[in-house]
Design a protein around this ligand. Sequence first.
Ligand SMILES: Cc1cc2nc3c(=O)[nH]c(=O)nc-3n(C[C@H](O)[C@H](O)[C@H](O)COP(=O)(O)OP(=O)(O)OC[C@H]3O[C@@H](n4cnc5c(N)ncnc54)[C@H](O)[C@@H]3O)c2cc1C
Length: 438
Amino acid sequence: MYQPLSDQSGPPDVYVRAAPPPPPTQPLQEWRHVAVAVIGGGFTGLSTALHLAEASIDVAVLEAKEIGWGASGRAFGQVVPYLKLGEPAILRHYGTERGTRIIDAVAAGPDLVFELIFRHRIECWPTRSGLIFAAHSAGGRRDLERRTQYWQQRGAPVEMLEGTACADAIGSPLYPAASLDRRGGNINPFAYVRGLAHAAAKAGATLHTQTAVRGLTRREGKWALDAGSAGVTADNVVIATNAYTTDLWPGLRESIIPMRGHGFVSAPLSDNVSRSILPHRQSLTDTRLLYSGARMLPDGRLHASAHGPSFGAEPRADWARVDARIRRLFPQLGTVKWQQAWTGWVAMTTDHFPRLHELAPGLFAGLGYNGRGIAAATMMGRDLATLVRGARDEATVFPVTPVRTLRWHRIAPTLIRGLVQVYRVRDMVDEYRLRRAA
Ligand SMILES: Cc1cc2nc3c(=O)[nH]c(=O)nc-3n(C[C@H](O)[C@H](O)[C@H](O)COP(=O)(O)OP(=O)(O)OC[C@H]3O[C@@H](n4cnc5c(N)ncnc54)[C@H](O)[C@@H]3O)c2cc1C
């Protein structure tokens, strides 16, 4: 039975107002046959549809709400050349050959995203001046130095910023050091996902919104997707529902843990304050355990991402916590007028790596980006299109693996809430030390 996660706020106004108009979509009103049906209209589903439509394959996207309604329309907007875990962990997990392939492909992930943006002229604030990762502790600094060195040895445009160079790049004296990775960038993710939808439609894909798939069955050698009074039959199906996955396929929902991410946007800042914060318009995150980020939007608003309640019904915005953190970081801000807050669901996996599955003949799924999905989900869509077209696992970036259902899925929120408390205390201690040293 289709039951969406309780989360009605949708993509934030600040993104929606700056996005291209909605692409041509309509609810599915009859039964029809397509070669490929894609369930979910976010980065994964639309990248899959675009890659298939460009290969002249008849593809339809079925989205329960609107294009980009899930995490894709609510992301912080950082286009990252990394997965959640670093290169040594990837090599340990996947072995040298596959691990190296993943590291290289993920490093080129922003190239794929920005190439699609430019090829399809997607107006989504594309800014490719890099990403700043700041060291919030001595251990964090060592990790960043290791990663910077690894990429410098491979000729990538990654550098350490120390002392005043670091303070000037961030517009804050808080951090002693940071790594600047010029391969990454920033976008309006909702505008990007709409742009992908326009590009897929232009290439021949059909987009059906307000079309929730309620059941998936095998009938006479084809897949039948039941969407209430209408539906599609398809030779191949791609499930691209990530954290919003329901029980369409046994065990898939229980293979990931949906956790909330939170976004906050201020009113436009005065020109001189706006110019003093992240003057080259890179976005900032740091090495602390719980997520926190900041970036400036093109109209002078400050966008903060911050940790908040990870589970449960949509919470009230915790303005006080984000306000305190941001004003410690940028003391020049004075009073900040916060205007918008929103949340969305991120799909976590226990090993922090994404999943690509062939669930049954002609039935595929890609999910589990652990909060790094703008580039990775776009890449996953390309992988899924490759598999649908008959290639085997050797042709994809991510390996095709069986679904691993988590036996402790039901109690995951309780366990993770406990872990988050431990992380919160560790981050507070580190931040106290950092401020004393600053
Ligand atoms: C607050 C927040 C901040 C983030 N920041 C970043 C960031 O800065 N950088 C980054 O790389 N990543 C970030 N992410 C992660 C990134 O947004 C996701 O990894 C990515 O959007 C996943 O895309 P997707 O297409 O797989 O899933 P989604 O965009 O979530 O799309 C899934 C879609 O499936 C639909 N659906 C579900 N069930 C059905 C059904 N039965 N029938 C039809 N449709 C269905 C849903 O309505 C939804 O629209 C962030 C996520 C959040 C929530």
